[in-house]
Design a binder for this molecule. Structure first.
Ligand SMILES: *Cc1c(COP(=O)(O)O)cnc(C)c1O
Length: 355
C-alpha cells in the first residue's frame, strides 16, 4: 500500500448521489437533474454526427472545441479565448485546483456547499479551509485579505439555494489574493449571475455546467469563463481531447436553441415557486432558492424521517447527515406531476413538531 501517495491512501473518495439501476420506477429528485429532455435538436445533432455508419468516430474530435467556444462566447458576450470547454464542470474545477494550489497550499470554500471541492483538494494534496454562512448570505469570518490560492463560491448555493449578491461577490474578489471561482452550476435558474465580474475583476472565474439547466448531465459538458491568461493555463492541463464528438455536437445544438432552453428554465422556476409555497403552507421551512431544487425542513426537524417516508414511496431526495443539514432534505424540482405526488406523500406523513 505504501506505493500509493499518503493523501490518496487516506482519502475516502467522493460519493455521488444515488443512481438507482431501475431508474424508471423512481421519482428521482436527488441529484438536481432536469426533469425535461434536452432540446430535440440535440438528438438530431448527435444522429447527424454519427451518420449511417458512425465513420466519423474513427477520427479524433476537435481538440480545441473551437465551435463551442465561439457559440458560448456569442451567448455570454466574451471572445473565445476567455472560454474553456470541459468534460463536465467537475473537470474544470479539478483543473483550477491543479493550476493554482500545490501540495500543502490552501484552498477555501463555504460549508455547506459542494463537497466535491474537498475531494479534489485531497487528491492534489492541498489544504482546505472552510467558512460558514451568516443569515444574510455573507461568509462568516472571511478575512480582510484571504491568502489562500483559490476560493470556491457556489452561487446559487447548493444545497441551501441562497444567492450571494453581485456587490458582495465583487467585494470578495477584492479581498482574495488568489482566484475567486464562482461556481454557477445553477445560475440559469436564478435572476442574476457574475459574468460581468469576469470583465471587471482579474481574479474572477465563472464555471457553468450543461448538466442541470440544459438537461445534459449524461453528456458531461461544462465550461469556465475567465481572463485569457487563466484560460491558457487551464488549457495546458486538460486532457487534449476532453470532449468527445457526440458531446461537442450535443453542446452546440443545445446552446443554439435558446428558445427551448428559456422555456424549460421558466417552467422549472415556476414549479419551484409553487412547490415551495405548498410546503410552507404545510408548516415547512423553505428558504427561497435560486436553483432547480429547494432545501425543505419539516416542522419536526427530522430530515432523515422525511427522506425515509419519501423513499418508501419510491421518491428519491437527498439527505445529508452533516449536522448543519440533517434537519432537512434537498429536493430537486421535477415535473408538476412529480411534485404533486411528492407533496401528497409529504402531506400524508406526520412531520409536525408534536408527532
Ligand atoms: C452539479 C454541480 C457541478 C458539476 O457539474 P457537472 O458539469 O455535471 O460536472 C458543479 N458544481 C455544483 C455546485 C454542482 O451542483
Amino acid at each position: 500500500m505504501n506505493r500509493l501517495r499518503q493523501n490518496i491512501r487516506d482519502m475516502a473518495g467522493y460519493i455521488p448521489g444515488f443512481q438507482p439501476p431501475d431508474i424508471a420506477s423512481w421519482i428521482k429528485l436527488n441529484t438536481n437533474e432536469n426533469p425535461y429532455p434536452p432540446s430535440p435538436r440535440v438528438r438530431e445533432a448527435i444522429l447527424a454526427e454519427l451518420g449511417e455508419d458512425a465513420a466519423l468516430l474513427r477520427t479524433y474530435p476537435s481538440a480545441s472545441s473551437s465551435l463551442l467556444r465561439e457559440a458560448a462566447g456569442r451567448l455570454y458576450g466574451f471572445d473565445p479565448d476567455w472560454i474553456i470547454m470541459a468534460n463536465g464542470s467537475d473537470e474544470v474545477l479539478n483543473n483550477l485546483i491543479r493550476a493554482c494550489a500545490g501540495e500543502g497550499e490552501e484552498i477555501g470554500y463555504v460549508h455547506p456547499s459542494y463537497s466535491y471541492y474537498a475531494t479534489l483538494a485531497e487528491i492534489q494534496g492541498a489544504r482546505v479551509r472552510t467558512f460558514g454562512l451568516t443569515d444574510d448570505w455573507r461568509i462568516a469570518g472571511f478575512p480582510g485579505r484571504y491568502d489562500g490560492r483559490l476560493f470556491f463560491l457556489t452561487t446559487p448555493n447548493s444545497p441551501l439555494g441562497g444567492v450571494f449578491s453581485l456587490a458582495y461577490i465583487e467585494e470578495l474578489a477584492g479581498r482574495c489574493a488568489g482566484l475567486l471561482v464562482v461556481d454557477e452550476a445553477y445560475a440559469d435558474f436564478a435572476g442574476e449571475n457574475a459574468l460581468e465580474l469576469v470583465k471587471r475583476c482579474d481574479n474572477v472565474v465563472v464555471t457553468r455546467t450543461l448538466s442541470k439547466s440544459y438537461a445534459l448531465a449524461g453528456m458531461r459538458l461544462g465550461l469556465a469563463i475567465a481572463r485569457p491568461a487563466i484560460i491558457a493555463a487551464l488549457d495546458k492541463i486538460r486532457d487534449h481531447y476532453n470532449l468527445d464528438r457526440l458531446a461537442q455536437a450535443a453542446c452546440l445544438a443545445a446552446l443554439e436553441d435558446q428558445d427551448y432552453f428559456r422555456r424549460r428554465c421558466d417552467q422549472v422556476v415556476a414549479t419551484r415557486e409553487r412547490f415551495s409555497a405548498a410546503l410552507r403552507a404545510l408548516g415547512f421551512t423553505v428558504p427561497s432558492s435560486g436553483g432547480n431544487f429547494i432545501f425543505a425542513t419539516p416542522p419536526d426537524r427530522d430530515g432523515r424521517r422525511l427522506y425515509d417516508d419519501l423513499y418508501r414511496s419510491r421518491i428519491l431526495v437527498r439527505h445529508f447527515s452533516d449536522p448543519l443539514l440533517a434537519h432537512g432534505v434537498r429536493i430537486s424540482i421535477g415535473t408538476d406531476e412529480e411534485m404533486a405526488r411528492t407533496l401528497a406523500v409529504i402531506a400524508g406523513g406526520k412531520h409536525d413538531a408534536t408527532a
